[in-house]
Design a protein around this ligand. Structure first.
Ligand code: FE2
Length: 275
């Protein structure tokens, strides 16, 4: 599926931009389905807020039991000082997670696209398996920052195999909070592991390497058109900034691992629980 040049670029940069991966009609259908899921969502179900800056919130049961469900997670900036929603629910959702790829036919069709398994095989996954999906809204004005991280922090295998498939459902620009990546940054080691606690309750962040993150001057914005697929190595530092524009920045992500790699039980996604 990937040309030799694309494979070389991925090996040296830790990411690869593949334009025109999803056609327009499919983009529209995915977008509409995501909006419908939010329209059907009862906000009383949860007021969980997703932010990688506040890892303690990940411990929330609503998050930790979402691996095989389709659940909506609120944006932090959608609440006032009294904890009341300050906008319509449709403009307040940060993301839908984490099993659109198994529970929602349109998203399942995309996750099962044979081009994806071919790409994952080209980048070295012997037996690729998609284990997580998210639809990210990046709402106008409040779409929160996702700070520098490596995806292997949140989905760890030994050896590291997690690979991100990031699909632009809408154009991603500097203004609406596109991805940023640090080319070649995947050659550094893993900094942290997000682990379930030994007693089975909650999670903690286990630090492996205290060294600092990449300098901003090394970072590169990935402004891409709707329909683009961005492939992300599990050790590649990446982030996205707050959406300061009046436009949404919808994206859909899948994360795949290699089934031949060891999968520790302390990962927040429990593989045995999904079968
Ligand atoms: Fe990520």
């Amino acid at each position: 599926m990937l040309t030799e040049q694309q494979q070389r670029d991925y090996q040296s940069d830790g990411f690869l931009v593949i334009p025109n991966f999803i056609e327009k009609n499919t983009l529209n259908a995915l977008r509409q389905r995501a909006m419908q899921i939010v329209a059907d969502f009862d906000p009383a179900e949860s007021v969980t807020i997703f932010t990688t800056d506040e890892q303690s919130r990940h411990s929330d049961d609503y998050f930790l039991t979402s691996q095989d469900k389709v659940r909506c997670f609120f944006e932090e900036g959608a609440f006032d000082a009294h904890g009341q929603l300050n906008r319509e629910v449709s403009s307040a959702i940060n993301k839908i997670g984490h099993a659109l790829h198994t529970q929602e036919p349109l998203f399942r069709t995309l996750a099962e696209d044979p081009r994806l398994s071919a790409i994952l095989s080209d980048v070295g996954l012997a037996k690729p398996e998609v284990i997580q999906s998210m639809y990210i809204f990046k709402q106008p004005y409040i779409g929160g920052e996702v700070s520098w991280h490596q995806d292997a922090t949140f989905l760890y295998t030994d050896p590291v195999s997690v690979t991100g498939l990031w699909f632009a459902i809408e154009d991603a620009t500097l203004e609406n909070g596109c991805l940023w990546a640090s080319p070649g940054g995947h050659k550094q080691s893993l900094k942290k592991q997000f682990r379930r606690n030994d007693n089975g309750v909650g999670t903690h962040m286990h630090t492996l390497d205290q060294s600092e993150w990449v300098e901003p001057r090394e970072a590169q914005p990935l402004e891409v058109a709707a329909g683009t697929l961005v492939l992300l190595h599990g050790l590649l530092p990446h982030k996205s900034d707050t959406n300061t524009s009046e436009k949404t920045r919808h994206a859909f992500t899948l994360h795949a691992i290699d089934q031949t790699a060891h999968y520790p039980e302390w990962n927040w996604i429990r593989r045995d629980a999904r079968d």
